[in-house]
Design a protein around this ligand. Structure first.
Ligand SMILES: Cc1cc2nc3c(=O)[nH]c(=O)nc-3n(C[C@H](O)[C@H](O)[C@H](O)COP(=O)(O)OP(=O)(O)OC[C@H]3O[C@@H](n4cnc5c(N)ncnc54)[C@H](O)[C@@H]3O)c2cc1C
Length: 282
């Protein structure tokens, strides 16, 4: 396979406009997806594009470049609202996978079990895409259309993931359930972002669960039920009703039964809430 490694975004976009090459970043999804099949004759390597890697802050929020790796995220100093993303970064595969795998690759691969998605959903992340025709921004929830399906158009690249400034005092937690503790695809995972008022009552909460539906989903009825609740250890026993879990449509597969996934997701949410109760503001 011939890898073309452009140094600038405009060069990369011009190449793609000319010829629809497969795109590769860390390759940690690209290569396994082609196991047992011949590789394409040519591909476009995104890792040399200037400005594609790294996390930057501007007046509107945070910009995570498309070639930013999970290790970059794990090592970055970020506000507490990013703690779920931080924790997910340390749970993606192994250290070797985290060194090569990128945030954008995780999103573009669009696996229902992509660990990066729930933490970015609770951050209200937006995906920045570019082609020779220009740049557009798509809410992450609209970018992910289904398993292996995204809103990316032919000739487009993801250039960055944008995170608006999180609400004041917000902090987040991530919990993942797998068949073993390390180097494992999620059976379910949950990210929770909360902020509390002066009396310790939840006044903002966002919850997203992954691997229990074709794309990770927010749980609006559960979020509504938590508003006004004291953020304390009692949330470890919070009753998650069917109505609150309605957006989840887990399936039976080699990793788990639908029932186990659903119950596991509910428990992960309770544990993430309890984690946040144990780490109060400041
Ligand atoms: C052993 C192993 C363990 C793993 N464990 C986990 C895990 O625990 N959790 C998890 O979520 N994932 C896991 N993964 C999957 C993978 O590591 C992650 O999804 C990673 O973030 C993918 O990033 P990448 O840069 O390697 O993507 P690539 O493999 O380079 O690309 C993935 C897809 O995205 C496209 N793409 C990449 N970047 C762009 C861009 N900027 N614009 C447009 N398209 C783009 C590619 O064309 C390809 O279709 C694992 C993989 C392996 C091999």
């Amino acid at each position: 396979m011939t890898l073309t490694r452009p140094g600038t975004l405009s060069e990369a976009l011009a190449i793609l406009a000319d010829r629809p090459l497969p795109v590769i970043a860390g390759g940690t999804d690209f290569y396994p997806a082609r196991q047992g099949r011949p590789l394409p004759g040519a591909a476009l390597d995104l890792t040399g594009i200037a400005g594609f890697r790294g996390i930057a802050r501007d007046s509107a929020g945070w910009r995570i470049g498309a070639a930013t790796t999970w290790t970059d995220i794990a090592r970055a100093s970020l506000p507490p609202a990013f703690d779920a993303l931080h924790a997910a970064a340390r749970e993606v595969g192994s250290v070797q996978i985290q060194n090569a795998g990128t945030v954008a690759g995780n999103l573009c691969n669009a696996s229902p079990a992509a660990d990066g998605v729930p933490p970015l959903l609770v951050l209200d992340a937006v995906v920045e895409c570019a082609s020779v025709a220009g740049t557009r921004r798509i809410a992450l929830a609209d970018f992910l259309l289904g398993p292996r399906k995204t809103a990316l158009l032919p000739g487009e690249l993801v250039t960055a993931v944008l995170v608006p400034d999180p609400p004041p005092g917000a902090r987040a937690a991530f919990r993942k359930l797998g068949s073993r503790r390390y180097l494992v695809i999620s059976i379910a995972m949950a990210a929770v972002l909360v902020a509390t008022d002066a009396r310790g009552r939840i006044d903002l909460v966002r919850i997203a669960v992954g691997a229990c539906s074709p794309v990770a989903r927010r749980l609006p009825a559960l979020e509504a039920a938590l508003i006004g609740q004291h953020l304390g250890p009692e949330l470890a026993a919070f009753d998650l009703t069917d109505d609150m879990l309605a957006p989840l449509t887990p399936i039976d597969d080699v990793r788990a039964s639908a029932r186990y996934r659903r119950d596991g997701a509910a428990e992960l949410v309770r544990r993430a809430l309890a984690d946040l109760a144990e780490t109060p503001d400041g």
